[in-house]
Design a binder for this molecule. Structure first.
Ligand code: GLN
Length: 195
């Protein structure tokens, strides 16, 4: 298995380190041909406006959108979920493959960065690291909410798209990376279609 990590801008190295620690091969995605032989892709945090521009500049925008629409498993964190969202309040959307609405930098200046602790599944005090995070304002269609924080969704799953507003790659807990890889292994032949 090889996972692509979009490496145009932002926290891509941190994702690579987590995959390395799980012994999962990865390649950096910087041009369309890099998308050819990957089993999944990670869209890292960073600055979505810059990433959106660079996706177009490097001719990755359309092929990436097509691949995601055709079922390529994608794991998006922070700026990555903004790239996927079908609606960005007050701004134009990017890939628009994930039917949710988000509001950028919605936690305000003071709360620009903070860590919340969350218990879920077998996880105790899982650190949700928010850095100038977007806020999910609406969930459409049959998007599953995997995790919420103060009653607002922070991690969602929609068919082949796993996306969260926080940064699991900056914690030392690899729960979501493992989850992503396990889903790919389990569903290799039909991706997430049956979820
Ligand atoms: N505020 C950034 C944006 O709007 C996202 C921040 C992040 O990825 N940590 O793109």
């Amino acid at each position: 298995m090889v996972i692509g990590i979009l490496a145009l801008q932002g926290a891509f190295i941190e994702h690579k380190k987590v995959l390395d620690s799980l012994n999962v091969d990865s390649i950096k995605i910087r041009q369309p041909k890099d998308l050819d032989n990957i089993d999944g892709i990670i869209l890292p945090g960073g600055e979505s406006t810059v990433q959106g521009l660079l996706l177009k500049k490097f001719h990755l925008f359309e092929p990436l959108k097509e691949k995601i629409k055709n079922g390529l498993p994608v794991f998006a964190t922070c700026a990555g979920i903004i790239l996927l969202a079908s609606e960005i309040e007050g701004e134009s959307s990017y890939l628009a493959t994930l039917p949710i609405s988000v509001k950028r930098n919605a936690y305000g200046r003071q709360l620009g960065s903070f860590i919340a602790k969350k218990n879920f599944q077998d996880q105790h005090n899982f650190p949700l690291i928010f850095i100038r995070a977007p806020y999910i304002t609406k969930i459409h269609d049959d998007v599953n909410v995997l995790l919420d924080n103060n009653d607002s969704p922070v991690a969602v799953l929609y068919h082949n798209q796993l996306a969260m507003t926080f940064h699991p790659e900056l914690s030392n807990n690899n729960y979501f990376h493992k989850y992503f890889i396990e889903k790919i292994v389990q569903n290799k032949s039909h991706l997430y279609a049956n979820m």
